[in-house]
Design a protein around this ligand. Structure first.
Ligand code: ADP
Ligand code: MG
Length: 398
């Protein structure tokens, strides 16, 4: 048994011959009929392999694309079944909804099947109780292994947890444990890095983090709005001037909560947004010219931020510090990511990161593998950073 707020595969007891409905994330990107990135398929292996080895009849539930309640052959999970079989290394059958009950009854202990796209039913995204009851008939147990879909209260992510004995799969368990170590019950001091293009997309994240962390490091385009609120002239930089009042409120909330906000004091600027532009220069934030744009945090600030991390025990990171897709505006993100990776390797820092562009930036820095945990969950990760209860997780912990 575990001492967690949710049950895991350790709590399931004997599953031999039992039908287990497992919600996974099989929503992989496709290119010309082939899976172009199988990260999500590989993430399911610990749960599916363990359940099959324990003799369960494994019935995988997942969505694929956005068919909006209609059958659509281009979004059939039949397309993912052969690639999945190759990744799993054992036979996987594909089961249409019409044949699901019969297949579940015929399957043998250790067999694995993928059932058709849950979103072919209009009731899936409405969490329709009739659909919950219909799908629940196929299984004896429910396992949710898809953290990335846990911010949605759908039949396959939430509804089923109320009518079948419900457990977190191994990937879900790892994600929840990592997030708990980063923000739920972290070792202090805690630092958060928040970057990316706009303040408006991450207002709730910032408001929540100032109450939770000791150091809030703001970079990326959103730092410009905070600099402008402090009276800095940010020139032609991306800046939400209408949100400087909101930035003031966040400064005040941070002060009340004893959270130190770190803004860059030197920056990398240029007159045009292009790779290695001729007008590239590094300057103090107070020396940005009217026709220049801030595109990255400067080297002196990055070094100081590295020193902040050296004194912290926990780091949570979302958003790049600069326009990292365009060289050399990836320099600050790469340097700070490598510092965090080294501190994590040394055992002095627990580091958790998430966000589509953040994951890409960390991998570009060669630092992703050294982080304690990198979440690929996107929307669910951001909602968790906003301090929101995720329905799919709440249903497991009730
Ligand atoms: P994530 O996907 O990890 O949540 P975001 O989507 O919020 O991250 O932000 C990433 C984007 O922010 C990138 O496209 C990056 O180029 C952009 N960005 C970062 N800093 C700046 C800046 N100073 N000016 C303009 N864009 C920036
Ligand atoms: Mg993004």
């Amino acid at each position: 048994m575990t001492d967690r707020a949710f049950k895991t595969l350790d709590d399931m007891g004997d599953v031999h011959g039992k039908r287990v409905l497992v919600r996974e994330d099989l929503n992989v990107p496709m290119n010309d009929g082939a899976v172009s990135d199988d990260t999500r398929l590989r993430a399911t292996l610990p749960t599916i392999t363990e359940l099959a080895d324990r003799g369960a009849i494994v019935l995988i539930l997942a969505h694929f694309g956005r068919p909006k309640g209609m059958r659509d052959a281009t979004m059939s999970l039949a397309l993912v079944t052969r690639p999945y079989e190759a990744v799993l290394g054992r036979p996987v059958r594909f089961v249409d909804w019409d044949g699901a009950a019969e297949a579940a009854a015929m399957m043998q202990p250790g067999d694995v099947a993928i059932i058709e796209n849950t979103r072919f039913f209009a009731g899936e995204e409405k969490n329709d109780p009739d659909l919950v009851a219909k799908i629940a008939e196929l299984g004896d147990f429910y396992v949710n292994d898809a953290f990335s879909a846990a911010h949605r209260a759908h039949v396959s992510t939430e509804g089923l947890a109320h009518v079948l004995p419900a457990f977190a799969g191994r990937a879900m368990e790892a994600e929840l444990d990592a997030l708990d170590k980063a923000l739920g019950n972290p070792e202090h001091p805690v630092a958060a890095v928040v970057g990316g293009a706009k303040v408006s997309s991450k207002l709730d994240v910032l408001k929540h983090l100032v109450t939770k962390v000791d150091h809030l490091i703001i970079g990326g385009g959103m730092a410009n709005t905070f600099l402008a609120a402090r009276g800095v002239n940010v020139g032609k930089s991306l800046c939400e001037h209408d949100l400087t009042g909101t930035a003031e409120e966040i400064f005040d909330a941070a002060e009340r909560a004893n959270c130190t906000i770190h803004l860059p004091y030197d920056v990398v600027v240029s007159k045009e947004f292009a790779a290695n532009p001729p007008s590239l220069r590094t300057c103090n934030v107070h020396e940005v010219a009217a026709d220049e744009m801030i595109l990255d945090v400067g080297p002196a600030a990055v070094e100081a931020l590295g020193d902040v991390l050296k004194n912290c025990r926990t780091l949570v990171w979302n958003g790049p510090l600069g326009a990292f897709e365009t060289p050399p505006f990836d320099a600050a993100t790469v340097a700070l990511a490598r510092t965090a990776a080294a501190l994590t390797r040394d055992g002095s820092l627990v580091s958790v990161a998430g966000g589509g562009d953040t994951v890409a930036a960390l991998n570009q820095a060669g630092a992703g593998d050294d982080f304690t945990f990198v979440s690929t969950a996107g929307g669910a990760f951001l909602e968790w950073m906003e301090g929101k209860d995720l329905p799919g997780v709440a249903a497991l912990t009730r």
